[in-house]
Ligand binder design. Structure first.
Ligand SMILES: [Zn+2]
Length: 349
């Protein structure tokens, strides 16, 4: 076993001495260049974890394969060391992030070299270095001037342990994916980037992209474009109209209540009021519900307990009627079927 370690050391040293992995970018033949980029690690722990080794070895194998096919490989590496991961790690270790990060990065470098991955160390990037983040700031200013960065108050998912806002995809059920703490909701004034301005282009562009279908699906799901209808419910007693967004307008006749986010500005005035069903004219109770988020859709949900899981749970808990309008299996039935009890639409698929 000692031999193997000695052989490894010998060849890694030789790669370094001969600067085998360095590439003169100005002299690369454009027809042969190959840019193999991996996501840079967050140096937010004492060292690499097995997941890093797993991904980097895979990507490195691919890069080496390309080089053996005659491509001029540029395979950069760096450290994503500016942000919440580093900040939380520094808090936990009770050390200044600048010093801590420098030490941690040194250890990551040592470990990444030992993996034998063919990274281009001469062009390493460290995102907490001012020479790097001045460009982050520059990009932010361009976004701000273009109206794509703005401040607003909005409810967010908050992890009381990580002390940070989480995206929905960072949740596992109602828990933070990093620390397992049950999350809460908070209203906060914060910076937003208007990425939704590009949502349609992003979704449409995926079609012509040479990516595995599974990766494209993840993107589509993340962008979350939904096609549906807005349904208006009049609330005559207070002279207001509530607009609900739904992807299942076909289940309209099964609506037995209207739910609004508890943080909705109209919630205090409307709770206990009655809305009018736009199809039947029947009175529907308006109720504040925790499962309706103000920042999602319109913050108003048409409650169709027979054909939506969350509406169903809420209706059962509050003794609201459950009216089936789509034929099919056990309730709540979210599949397809023929419409029943739906006025002039009854019998349609
Ligand atoms: Zn957490």
């Amino acid at each position: 076993m000692d031999d193997q370690r000695e052989i490894e050391r010998k060849w890694q040293r030789r790669w370094e001495v001969e600067r085998l992995l360095e590439l003169d970018l100005d002299r690369v033949d454009p027809s042969r260049k190959f840019y193999n980029l991996v996501e840079f690690p967050y140096p937010s722990a004492e060292g690499l974890h097995v997941g890093h080794a797993y991904t980097y070895c895979g990507a490195d194998t691919f890069g080496r394969f390309r080089r053996m096919q005659g491509r001029e490989l540029f395979q950069p590496i760096g450290f994503d060391s500016f942000g919440i991961h580093t900040e939380n790690y520094a808090l936990k270790a009770n050390q200044h992030p600048i010093r801590l990060t420098a030490n941690t990065i040194e250890n990551y470098r040592r470990q990444l070299r030992r993996l034998g991955a063919a990274f281009e160390w001469s062009r390493e990037v460290v995102t907490s270095d001012p020479s790097y983040y001045r460009w982050t700031q520059w990009v932010f200013l361009q976004l701000y001037r273009a109206g794509l960065a703005y401040r607003a108050e909005a409810p967010v998912v908050w992890c009381p342990s990580c002390l940070t806002v989480l995206a929905y995809e960072q949740l596992e059920g109602d828990r933070c994916e990093r620390c397992g703490t049950v999350v809460t909701e908070r209203v906060m004034k914060q910076w937003f980037l208007r990425i939704t301005a590009y949502a349609d282009r992003l979704v449409d562009g995926l079609g012509s992209l040479d990516w595995p279908e599974v990766a494209k699906q993840i993107q589509r799901k993340w962008i979350g474009r939904r096609t549906g209808a807005e349904v208006r419910f009049e609330v005559p007693a207070v002279g207001q109209t509530l607009t609900a967004f739904t992807t299942r307008a076909d289940t309209l006749f099964g609506a037995t209540f209207v739910a609004i986010a508890s943080s909705h500005p109209l919630a205090p005035r409307l709770t206990g009021a009655t809305a009018v069903h736009p199809g039947t004219g029947a009175p529907l109770p308006v109720l504040a519900a925790d499962y309706v988020m103000e920042g999602v859709g319109t913050g108003v949900v048409m409650g169709v307990p027979a054909h939506d899981q969350r509406d169903h749970g809420f209706a059962l808990a509050n003794g609201l009627p459950v009216v089936r309008v789509v034929e099919g299996g056990e309730l709540p039935w979210t599949g397809e079927g023929r419409l029943v009890a739906s006025g002039e639409f009854t019998g349609m698929a």
